[in-house]
Design a protein around this ligand. Structure first.
Ligand code: ATP
Ligand code: MG
Length: 252
């Protein structure tokens, strides 16, 4: 069952974290036991589900570097069915400290194996790089959700990302697949429309039907530490992430 999903794109600011937080919250609201894993030292996903990254006693760093059990660090959020494995700047050190370690790409995978049975879905928010941290995310995952911003350079870097996913599949994680490509920050402009058409032409049915529009509420919600469905359920952003959740559940 493909339930561990990494949200990735080495390009910055394309909507990875927004997607991870809101997809996780919608899945939890749909009654699925859901874990959000914050694999980005920026800690934005941690904050996005209302956990103060500056007040963590321990973070994902301890799991990756010191092999502390993930179960010891997972925190319940304010919302039913939604848990998080939080992160802060400390995680930057993991890149360096793991350099000499054997099987360093498998640290997250090993940590999640022990707990995966307890969840219906595990979503991993990857950092904007093809670093060792992202590799850990790809090795731990069953599938990758690629977030693509509807802007002129949307496809830039995509072939490098697909190549990395293929390398990981061939060498480290044979069952890894691209689960889907999600278009984000869509605006009603000719440019957004053109990008959408190009991406659909290139990637065909790997592109999700659901498109996430640019929506102010989606950019405001994180500063309140709330997923969009709790911040403004009626917003087009909330409705889009609910639609994406239904699409992912129905695709299986
Ligand atoms: P990074 O690469 O730095 O981790 P990211 O890919 O995780 O970035 P986000 O942090 O999700 O991207 O989004 C970048 C910025 O755009 C944020 O300020 C976020 O609030 C905003 N944003 C994301 N999606 C939308 C949207 N659909 N509508 C409006 N604003 C959005
Ligand atoms: Mg992010």
């Amino acid at each position: 069952m493909g339930k561990i999903i990494a949200i990735a794109n080495q390009k910055g600011g394309v909507g990875k974290t927004t997607t991870t937080v809101n997809l996780a919250a919608c899945m939890a609201a749909a009654g699925k036991r859901t874990l959000l894993v914050d694999l980005d030292p920026q800690g934005n996903a941690t904050q996005g589900v209302g956990i103060d990254k500056n007040a963590l006693e321990a973070s994902l760093y301890e799991v990756l570097v010191n092999e502390v059990n993930a179960a010891d660090l997972i925190q319940a959020t304010q919302w039913e069915n939604l848990w998080a494995l939080p992160t802060n700047r400390e995680l930057v050190g993991a890149e360096i400290e793991l350099v000499e370690v054997e099987k360093r790409e498998f640290r997250l995978r090993t940590a999640l194996q022990a707990i995966r049975e307890q969840y219906d879905y595990i979503f991993i928010d990857c950092p904007p790089s093809l670093s060792l941290l992202t590799l850990n995310g790809l090795v731990a995952a069953d599938g990758v959700l690629i977030a693509l911003q509807c802007e002129y350079y949307a496809l830039e870097g995509l072939s490098e990302l697909l190549q990395t996913i293929m390398l990981v599949r061939d060498n480290l994680n044979p069952k890894l697949s691209v689960k889907g490509v999600l278009l984000t920050m869509y605006q009603h402009t000719n440019l957004s429309k053109q990008v959408m058409e190009d991406v659909r032409e290139h990637l065909g049915d790997r592109v999700y039907e659901t498109i996430i529009p640019r929506n102010v509420a989606l950019s405001e919600a994180p500063s309140f530490g709330q997923p969009i469905i709790y911040y403004d359920l009626k917003s087009v952003g909330a409705q889009a992430y609910l639609a994406l959740t239904r699409e992912i559940i129905s695709r299986g």
